[in-house]
Design a protein around this ligand. Structure first.
Ligand code: NAD
Length: 331
């Protein structure tokens, strides 16, 4: 468990389905929902029996009363039986990450982020699930002027990943807009989430891992790129609040906890570990924007939510988790 806990308001959720439950954010969400007393079905295509990071992510859910885990691919599994009597689906399953989306893996992004989402929305409609909360991304904003991004801004995604996330959120909203659709949709645009069990390809994980092991850290670009880093417990509190918020607001930014540059992250990791990091500069990669910054006024107004964690405490919690997990060696 991390040492920071954002306030999780007690929801009126009896039964929830979490897709992507074996992933970084999904495993935290399923755990937090169980703590509120909800019954949770988690579904993920990664098999804990053959993948160490999956097994580590699922450790917190193992044997918890009220939790059922299903290993299945949403692209071809029977989804309807998972949704019986569900109050809400949290649709977090997807292929994340900007850089690999340029390559041959793009079809994976299309399969999981778009085609599987279409199946989930179809099933939600058939099974009359009242609410679906879908994980969108700050990457849909693309290149910005540097000021905070507002939900109504014009979108200029600059990576194939971002294009699939935009398609995903709009696909869900298009379903929800049909007169006969019983499922209302809230799309949450997460801004760079970090904390214990963060994906090993993400910058804070790679930086802490380099600091702890003495290994090299590849830095793409000059390091002055800024991100609105969002601690995972804060992201989870917003996500749970979105399950019960009125349906009239469809897209909400979730971010703004800790706006910092990659160099700031390196400095925090060095101060936390007392070790200098061996930084290897590399060229900037296509699709990595210079800055992300969330305008969170809508989240405050509709979810009653504001991020609370600061970067130093959040990274300390992530570092402590890394030192305790065998997975830390695998980055
Ligand atoms: P993650 O990779 O740790 O988790 C995603 C999970 O989805 C994985 O366990 C994967 O196996 C599962 N999955 C993918 N395709 C599937 C399919 N077809 N069927 C069943 N399971 C499938 O990623 P994460 O960082 O936890 O991100 C969760 C969601 O939030 C993703 O949709 C991502 O795009 C979005 N998001 C994350 C961030 C972030 O900073 N981590 C930022 C913006 C948006």
């Amino acid at each position: 468990m991390s040492e920071i806990h954002a306030a999780v308001t007690a929801p009126v959720i009896r039964r929830a389905v979490v897709t992507g439950a074996a992933g970084f954010i999904g495993s935290h969400l399923a755990h937090a929902l169980l703590q509120t007393g909800a019954a949770v079905i988690g579904v993920d295509r990664r098999d804990p029996a053959s993948d160490e990071s999956t097994a580590v992510n699922l450790t917190v859910l193992h044997g918890v009363q009220g939790y059922i885990h299903v290993t299945a691919d949403l692209l071809d599994c029977a989804i309807d039986p998972l949704l019986v009597d569900a109050d809400v689906i949290f649709h977090l399953a997807g292929i994340p990450g900007v850089r690999p989306s340029w390559g041959p893996q793009f079809s994976e992004y299309v399969h999981s982020n778009i085609l599987a989402t279409q199946r989930v929305m179809d099933a939600a409609t058939r099974m009359r699930v009242p609410r679906l909360v879908v994980a969108s991304s700050s990457s849909v904003y693309g290149v910005t002027s540097g000021g905070p991004s507002v939900e109504s801004d014009r979108l200029r995604p600059v990576s194939p990943y971002a294009v699939t996330k935009l398609a995903e959120e709009q696909l869900c909203l298009a379903h929800a807009a049909r007169a006969a659709c019983p499922t209302s949709v809230i799309a949450l645009r997460y801004f760079t989430v970090y904390g214990p069990r963060q994906r090993p390809d993400m910058f804070i994980h790679r930086t802490l891992h380099a600091a702890l092991t003495g290994g090299p850290l590849r830095l793409f670009g000059d390091g002055y790129q800024r991100r609105d880093f969002t601690f995972v417990d804060d992201a989870i509190a917003a996500t749970i609040a979105a399950a019960t918020t009125p349906p009239d607001t469809s897209i909400i930014n979730v971010g703004g906890g800790a706006n910092a540059s990659l160099i700031d992250v390196i400095n925090v990791a060095q101060s936390l570990t007392g070790r200098e990091i061996d930084v290897r500069a590399d060229t900037a990669r296509s699709g990595d924007v210079l800055s992300t910054r969330a305008d969170t006024r809508l989240a405050e107004a509709t979810l009653g939510w504001r991020a609370t964690a600061d970067l130093h405490s959040g990274m300390r919690a992530q570092m402590q988790a890394l030192t305790q997990s065998p997975y830390s060696a695998a980055a």
